[in-house]
Design a protein around this ligand. Structure first.
Ligand SMILES: *Cc1c(COP(=O)(O)O)cnc(C)c1O
Length: 406
């Protein structure tokens, strides 16, 4: 062993990694590959027995009354609004209002436009980056029908005050849990708290089916969503063609084509079985980053409140810009120079041209979200990071801070 190897990491000369570290390639093992191949050989590749099994197993894992597998989380959010009759396109009114956070992926808000209701954006809690219950309360009007709660990064939003508001004003709670599997609020599993919850199994998420989603929650809504997820047909397609099935079906609503298929479900079943192991790795990576960055003046590590179990989907690092000579964009470029891939979650919805122009927003319409947006970046956080990868990320971040610190 040479003298170099016994020096603590911070004292070693910084050397950038040789190969680019991508932000979020999926964690796919030989088990997933075998499961998908098995399905390809089974004679049934569209919605069928595997999607049913995945619904059962995921629903049992969450502990929810009902579960519906879909081709995306976005489809789940859209169907939730349809099932609740919110918006002119779903049997409600164009004046129906749905409150949600500006700090989210666009699809949480696009779905409100899809049903021809009015999205009402609110500002965020600067600690967790989740929607601020006080801002939600101020935004409620007699037209408010629902709140779409996003658990950003996998840290559950403060659901208790939101549930109080929902009871008081007769509002539905729809949760966007694209980041929050598995997560708990006050000990209760996310997916089993609000009226309905939509999960995402997109390629970058904690559990992936390539593309896919699941809607869990109250059977009254999930059953209606099921009908609308398959053209509004009152029979499952796979039953129609199987030996025990019948050719007969009736269209009772102009539904959508939102189902998951058996190849995706085979992937999902294997990922679900591996989820706990994959999560333990995520928790360990987040703990390593927290320990490395906690005492660095230019950096702010993510909040994890004591009343939640964080899913650690994202590690959103915040820059204390007054301690740096560069901005967030340059910080990201400098990490890229050092072969570390990062991302930003999210560009607030009110900054996007469609929403900005349609609703007349300025950046300061939501000053907390705008301010936080300018200093956030997401570091690689996934179950397939090696020890060397973790050290390379930490080394690169500390080197950028050291090079551009004030
Ligand atoms: C990924 C994501 C979605 C969309 O998920 P899809 O399954 O791709 O539809 C929705 N909301 C948030 C917060 C997301 O990050």
């Amino acid at each position: 062993m040479t003298a170099m190897n016994v020096l603590p990491q911070a004292l070693r000369a910084y050397a950038p990694r040789a190969q680019f570290l991508p932000f979020s390639p999926p964690d796919i093992s030989e088990e997933e590959i075998a499961a998908v191949v098995d399905t390809l050989r089974s004679g049934w590749i569209s919605a069928g027995p595997k999607t049913k099994q995945f619904e059962r197993e995921f629903g049992a894992f969450i502990g929810s009354e009902a579960a519906l597998s879909l081709n995306s989380c976005t489809a789940g959010l859209h169907l939730a609004l349809v099932a609740m009759g919110i918006g002119a396109n779903a049997g409600g009114s164009a004046s129906d209002e749905v409150i949600t956070t500006t700090m989210t992926f666009c699809s949480s808000v696009n779905v409100i436009e899809h049903v021809n209701a009015t999205p009402v954006l609110v500002d965020i809690d600067p600690q967790t980056l989740n929607l601020d219950p006080a801002a939600v309360e101020r935004a409620i009007t007699p037209n408010t029908k629902a709140i779409i709660v996003v658990h950003i990064a996998g840290h559950p939003a403060e659901l208790a005050p939101l549930q109080d508001l929902a009871r008081k004003h007769d509002l539905r709670i729809i949760e966007d849990a694209a980041h929050a599997v598995p997560a708990r609020y006050e000990g209760q599993m996310i997916g089993n708290i609000g009226d309905v919850t939509a999960f995402s199994f997109y390629a970058t998420k904690n559990l992936t089916t390539g593309e896919g989603g699941m809607l869990t929650g109250k059977a009254e809504y999930v059953d209606k969503a099921r009908l609308y997820s398959s053209h509004g047909m009152n029979r499952d397609a796979w039953k129609r063609y199987s030996a025990s099935g019948s050719w007969f079906y009736e269209v009772v609503a102009p539904g959508f084509k939102y189902n998951m298929n058996d190849m995706q479900a085979a992937l999902g079943l294997t990922q679900l079985a591996r989820l706990e192991t994959m999560q333990q790795h995520r928790y360990a990576v987040a703990a390593r980053y927290n320990a490395a960055f906690a005492d660095v003046a230019a950096l702010q590590t993510p909040t994890a409140r004591a009343n939640v179990q964080h899913a650690w989907h994202l590690y959103i690092l915040r820059l204390n810009l007054e301690a740096l000579t560069i901005d967030r964009a340059r910080f990201i470029d400098e990490l890229k120079e050092r072969n570390i891939g990062t991302s930003v979650h999210f560009i607030p919805v009110h900054l996007h041209p469609y929403y900005r122009d349609r609703y007349g927003y300025t950046p300061d319409s939501f000053p907390v979200a705008y301010g936080e947006f300018q200093r956030t970046l997401s570091l690689p956080l996934r179950s397939n990071l090696s020890e060397g990868d973790i050290e390379d990320v930490i080394g690169a971040v500390l080197n950028v801070v050291e090079t551009f610190g004030r």
